[in-house]
Design a protein around this ligand. Structure first.
Ligand code: SF4
Ligand code: SF4
Length: 93
């Protein structure tokens, strides 16, 4: 069995987990659903709306759970989704 981490990191107060900013180009989406299917954190769902291509693009339902793996972006055949890291304020000392 792997050894568990027994100590809290010394800089735990300073370090914040990165937050995602998901960008969806709705009218470029062809509604294949790959991003929804393969997101490991179930961040996306099919929306009710219909885009310019006549399909249902995904909607972002859980941006806080995104781990910035960019898998959605990698599997999207139409380059309709990408993820950036949100800028955070510098931690005060
Ligand atoms: S970056 Fe990863 S976790 Fe975030 S929405 Fe895309 S597939 Fe899901
Ligand atoms: S993978 Fe791309 S084209 Fe397919 S549903 Fe997601 S955003 Fe749309």
């Amino acid at each position: 069995m792997p050894e568990r981490i027994k100590h809290v990191p010394l800089d735990i107060e300073k370090v914040k987990p990165p937050r995602a900013e998901i960008h969806l180009i709705k009218n470029q989406c062809k509604g294949c659903g790959y991003c929804i299917e393969f997101c490991p954190k179930k961040v996306l769902e099919e929306s009710e709306e219909i885009n310019a291509r006549g399909v249902h693009p995904p909607k972002i339902v859980n941006e806080d759970k995104c781990i910035l793996c960019s898998f959605c972006s990698a599997v999207c055949p139409d380059f309709a989704i990408f993820v950036l890291e949100k800028k955070q304020e510098e931690t005060k000392k």
